[in-house]
Structure formats: structure tokens, C-alpha cells
Design a protein around this ligand. Structure first.
Ligand code: ZN
Length: 87
């Protein structure tokens, strides 16, 4: 098994992390993202952030979806931190 052959690139992985978390992907796509996360630290970090966001949203709003504004606020603050970290 070589993770490089059927791998997603970073932009695809980052765009689909929420789908991946929700288990809404087809098996082939799911494997692609999993393979990418297995060797890409940058995307794995984003995955961890999204997992955390999802956990926060679930805890504060279950079983309803979080209002889009709340999610945006969380994601924006996390993105700000991430940009500072990268810089
Ligand atoms: Zn990546």
C-alpha cells in the first residue's frame, strides 16, 4: 500500500475535512483524505482544529446545528491564530 498513489492534495483535503469528519464521503474519497492526513502535518493540524470546532458546536448546541455566524466566528478566530503561528 502506497499512500502517494491515490492521495488527495492539500486543497482537496482542507476543503473536505468537514465532510470527512461527518462521515459523508464515499469510501474511496474517505480513504484519499485519510491517506493524506496520515502524512501531511499541516492538514492534520487543520483536521484537529475542525474536530475541536465540531466538538464545541456539538456541546453548546446539540442536537441543533450551530448558527452559521457562530461557526464563522470560531473559524475566524482559529484562522487568525493559525496565520500568526505560520508567520
Ligand atoms: Zn496536506
Amino acid at each position: 500500500m502506497s499512500p502517494d498513489i491515490n492521495d488527495a492534495d492539500c486543497s482537496e483535503a482542507l476543503h473536505r475535512v468537514f465532510e470527512y469528519l461527518d462521515g459523508e464521503m464515499e469510501a474511496g474519497d474517505h480513504d484519499k483524505i485519510a491517506a493524506h492526513l496520515a502524512h501531511c502535518a499541516e492538514c492534520l493540524r487543520q483536521y484537529d482544529i475542525d474536530t475541536m470546532v465540531k466538538g464545541l458546536v456539538k456541546r453548546s448546541c446539540a442536537p441543533e446545528q450551530a448558527p452559521p455566524r457562530l461557526r464563522l466566528t470560531i473559524v475566524e478566530s482559529l484562522t487568525t491564530i493559525q496565520i500568526r503561528y505560520t508567520d
